[in-house]
Design a protein around this ligand. Structure first.
Ligand code: PLA
Length: 454
């Protein structure tokens, strides 16, 4: 093969030197294109006119969240602060690899396991522990084999698998998402061709949950809709329903024959406890409901780039679970064939080993604790520096990685353009990217943007 390509290339040159070609006056770029066309037989002579086949493709806008990191990198100001993406940083604002992950990595290296393909559904040991971590190891649904668990490409990829399942087997069914929600939810359902609409969630007047609006909208949705819920640490608002409110949400979902669809990307990261953060999901399952739940290990194990997570579908019978799993595999196979192994092994080793597991819990508590500390310090600075009497206590009431500041787009622009504080334009700041040392500076920026920009 290689020699035939070479010989056709040299033939082309040969033709040009001998003056046998009709390429008179053609420039170097065009000759290259011509040669490529001879070499690979893909580009015809028409392409030599330098008009791209991709001319009609317009420039995509930067991603509202990950694009913030790109803009941050391009800024050279010494006081710049990246509070865009939800990625945990140390007090020195450096990325953090958990010690327990380093240990698991070392063990994996020593074991020297092979790199053959995983099955389509992922690593069996991972699928077992991930479902146990979410539902509880002694949850009857586990023993009854009523959970279809498939390893996914982290939270995003797992949500995408579920979206494809809905599109294929529930044609026309709607997904209801909270207003506001994580920016990528809409993209995921749009790309999967699943219709969605919003339910009320955030009330700017109280800077709290619009519980009545939420319930009314879930009630009004067509029977059998999928209700997307954030398992804990709602992104971007940081406002979660109380346990009593969760019960009422479950009542309404049950009454309307809807399917609860959890996105739980912050288990353990909201309260510091894996069990407490899974209580919403477990309560729905305990009612005997069928539940979808997408998990992520990006934040709680800091495995952002390993792309490790799972989709779980709790079904009312083991037979249904087996069928659902078979179809999830069928969806995954042409999308990415099978998932990556490294992150799955790390999770399986940590959760499956009691020493490593307790070390992980301690580190997660430490991370959640650091975020709580900066939350308090930011609140203290805002309240002591702002003499207007504005109530900043919402900062303390919100939980998880983020604070939803209520700043509008112009105010967010001021945060970035004047203060070099990078954040998403919906007013969300990632407290995981903030240090105690930077709280005062951030408070100054917020107070200036809030009062001096309309
Ligand atoms: N679900 C929610 C609610 C999230 O906030 C995120 C990540 C994910 C799923 C998916 O994360 P994963 O694919 O890495 O598991 N949200 C981040 C990052 C932290 C992002 O936008 O991708 C955020 O800054 O909102």
């Amino acid at each position: 093969m290689a020699s035939s390509v070479l010989s056709s290339a040299s033939l082309s040159f040969h033709g040009i030197h001998k003056g046998k070609s009709n390429l008179g006056g053609i420039n170097k770029g065009k000759i290259d294109t011509f040669i490529k066309s001879k070499c690979f037989g893909r580009i015809s002579m028409v392409a030599a006119s330098n008009v791209s086949r991709f001319e009609g493709i317009t420039m995509a806008p930067p991603d509202p969240i990950l694009g913030v990191s790109e803009a941050f990198k391009a800024d050279n100001h010494e006081l710049k602060l990246n509070l865009g993406v939800g990625a945990y940083r140390t007090e020195e604002l450096q990325p953090y690899v958990l010690n327990v992950v380093k240990k698991a990595d070392k063990l994996l290296l020593e074991k020297g396991e092979n790199r053959e393909y995983l099955p389509i559904e992922g690593l069996a040991a991972f699928n077992k522990v991930t479902a146990e971590l979410l539902f509880g190891a002694d949850n009857p649904v586990m023993k009854q084999q009523r959970v279809a668990t498939v390893q996914g490409l982290s939270g995003t990829g797992s949500l995408r698998l579920a979206a494809a399942l809905i599109e294929r087997y529930f044609p026309g069914a709607k997904v209801l998402i909270s207003a506001p929600t994580w920016g990528n939810h809409k993209n995921i359902f749009n790309d999967a061709g699943v219709p969605w609409s919003e339910y009320r969630y955030y009330d700017p007047k109280t800077v709290g949950l619009d519980f009545e609006g939420m319930i009314a909208d879930i009630k009004a949705a067509p029977e059998g809709s999928f209700i997307l819920l954030h398992g804990c640490a709602h992104n971007p608002t940081g406002i979660d329903p109380t346990p009593e409110q969760w019960e009422i949400i479950a009542d309404v979902i049950q009454e309307k024959n809807h399917v609860p669809f959890f996105d739980i990307a912050y288990q353990g990261f909201a309260s510091g406890s894996l069990d407490a953060d899974a209580s919403s999901v477990r309560m729905f399952v305990a009612r005997g409901m069928e539940v979808i739940a997408a998990q992520s290990y990006s934040k709680n194990l800091g495995l952002y780039a390993e792309r490790i997570g799972a989709i779980n579908v709790v079904c009312s019978s083991p037979e249904a679970a087996a069928r659902v799993k078979s179809q999830l595999k069928r969806i995954a196979r042409p999308m990415y064939s099978n998932p990556p192994v490294h992150g799955a092994r790390i999770v399986a080793n940590i959760v499956g080993d009691s020493t490593l597991f307790s070390e992980w819990n301690a580190e997660m508590e430490m991370m959640a604790g650091r975020i709580k500390n900066v939350r308090h310090k930011l609140f203290d600075n805002l309240s002591s520096k702002d003499k207007s009497g504005k109530d900043w206590s919402f900062v303390l009431k919100q939980i998880g990685m983020f604070s939803f500041t209520g700043l509008n787009k112009a105010q967010c622009d001021n945060m970035t353009n004047k203060w070099h504080v990078y954040m998403t334009k919906d007013g969300r700041i990632s407290l995981a990217g903030l240090s105690l040392a930077k709280c005062e500076y951030l408070a100054d920026a917020i107070i200036d943007s809030y009062h001096n920009v309309s």
